[in-house]
Structure formats: structure tokens, C-alpha cells
Design a protein around this ligand. Structure first.
Ligand code: IPE
Length: 259
């Protein structure tokens, strides 16, 4: 089985509140189906989650009651996004169901804790794809917190032991410098903990879940001697499908665990 996270940057326009990239998602769902791979899809929140979460500092947990309507609104918005993604998976012929993270997980001080794996296992045993997403989840210590799709991927790796984990984004992979400001930036085809230390351009965090460095660290934590984690550009047609079929594509592969 292969776990896939469709990042918020590819399924939404991150600069415009609540803008769904339906054509891209529809194409990606077709690529997943056409690859013939056994997959489970997780997705990010993009502009359905980050905009309000940032405005109301939801990532830091409960501070005052003015945040409460924003908690409810973000939960509402990411559910709408999730139903649109599930709709596209169904349209591509895959039996997908919506599983809000709060139905299986709690958080404690920002750490995601599996509360009830039965929902997920019951679905996947029947060949139904449970589709989870970045959301606001209740936190035992902080009231609530932001649960990212990347955190969900880590917990699902423990539950399902996939042979590969794939992160679909709108960039070709990890660069040795920020490619937006350095035209000579080079793509790293492989990343290890040691390599990540030396990379200068990945520290920019422009969203509430930590940006590229947090993503690479999370990807490294998911690797095992048997499992690689790959970052691939979903904006380029055909790349996800080729990767799922085991072909070589432009991408960054995380290896060797996080030290
Ligand atoms: C963020 O999830 C969840 C909320 C802001 C509610 P992710 O961190 O997985 O979303 P993307 O992929 O960066 O958009």
C-alpha cells in the first residue's frame, strides 16, 4: 500500500481564501486510479484552513474565547474541502469516505494521538479508502490544536506500514537554496538528516504548520530501511502516476530516518 498526501498548495490556491483547484484534483485522482496502485489519500487544508487558522492563532491552542467561532468555521471549511476531494475520488471510481481526524484522534500539547483506529481499519478492510485531512482537533492540554495532514501521514504510517509515502506539492522537490530568490538553486534528489542540516533555503515558514523544513523532518521520520518518502510536483501532469507505477521522476526522496 502507498500513502499519498495531496498538499494544500496543489489542491487549493493558498493565496485566495477557500479556492479549490478542482481541475488539478480531478486529474490527480485520475492518475491515482490509472496507476493501479493500492493507495490511501490524505490531504492538506490549503486556503480552507491556513488563512483563518493564522488570523486567530489556532496553532497555539486556546488563548481566549474570540478564537472559538474561528475553530468552528475552520472545521466547517476543511470539511467542505474534504467532501470535494472525496467527490473527485468517487468520480474517478475509487470508493472513498470522509473520515474527520477528530473521529479517530486527540491531540496532547500538539502531539497527535491515535484514540480509535477501528474506524480506519474497518474501512480499509472493506476496500474503502478513508480520506483524512488537516483540521482543528481537540487537545487535552491546549483545548484545541492544528492537526496537519503531515502529522496524519506519520500516524497512518505506524498503522498501515505502507511501502512508500508520497507528498504531492506544487514544487519539484527540495532545493539547496530558496529557488524563488536564487536562480542557481539545485534540486536535491535525495535528502538525509545530514544533508537537511546543510540546506539554507528551507526555513521559511509561511503557514501555521511550519513550512518546508517541518515537512522534510516529518518525511524523514516516516522513512525506515524499507520505506522511502518522496516529495513530487503534482502540478506537472503524469508525474504522480509515473511515481506510483515505480518509474523514475523528478522528485526528492527522503532516506535514512531523522537524527
Ligand atoms: C493544515 O493542514 C490544517 C489547518 C490549517 C486547519 P496541512 O498543514 O496539512 O495543510 P497544507 O497541506 O499545508 O495546506
Amino acid at each position: 500500500m502507498i500513502l499519498i498526501k495531496l498538499g494544500g498548495s496543489v489542491i487549493t490556491d493558498k493565496t485566495q481564501y477557500r479556492t479549490f483547484n478542482r481541475d488539478v484534483v480531478s486529474r490527480l485522482c485520475g492518475e491515482i486510479r490509472d496507476s493501479g496502485a493500492n493507495t490511501i489519500v490524505v490531504h492538506g487544508a490549503g486556503s480552507f484552513g491556513h488563512v483563518l487558522a493564522k488570523e486567530y492563532s489556532l496553532q497555539n491552542g486556546f488563548a481566549d474565547f474570540r478564537q472559538v467561532p474561528a475553530v468552528a468555521k475552520v472545521q466547517h471549511d476543511v470539511r467542505e474541502l474534504n467532501l470535494m476531494v472525496v467527490g473527485e475520488l468517487l468520480g474517478a471510481g475509487m470508493p472513498a469516505v470522509s473520515v474527520p481526524p477528530g473521529s479517530c484522534f486527540m491531540m496532547d500539547c500538539g502531539k497527535l494521538i491515535m484514540d480509535n483506529p477501528e474506524v480506519l481499519l474497518s474501512a480499509s478492510r472493506l476496500g474503502i479508502m478513508p480520506v483524512m485531512f488537516g483540521d482543528v482537533v481537540f487537545d487535552r492540554s491546549k483545548g484545541f490544536g492544528i492537526c496537519s495532514g503531515d502529522q496524519i501521514m506519520e500516524v497512518l504510517c505506524d498503522l498501515y506500514c505502507p511501502k512508500k509515502a508520497i507528498f504531492v506539492s506544487d514544487v519539484d522537490g527540495l532545493f539547496d537554496k530558496d529557488p524563488k530568490t536564487n536562480p542557481d538553486a539545485g534540486l536535491l534528489t535525495e535528502v538525509t538528516s545530514e544533508r537537511l542540516e546543510k540546506v539554507s533555503g528551507v526555513g521559511i515558514a509561511d503557514d501555521v504548520t511550519g513550512g518546508v523544513r517541518a515537512k522534510m523532518e516529518s518525511m524523514l521520520r516516516m522513512t525506515t530501511p524499507e520505506r522511502e518518502c518522496v516529495l513530487v510536483n503534482g502540478s506537472v501532469p503524469g508525474r504522480l502516476c509515473s511515481l506510483l507505477k515505480g518509474e523514475k521522476v523528478i522528485s526528492t526522496t527522503a532516506k535514512g530516518g531523522l537524527r
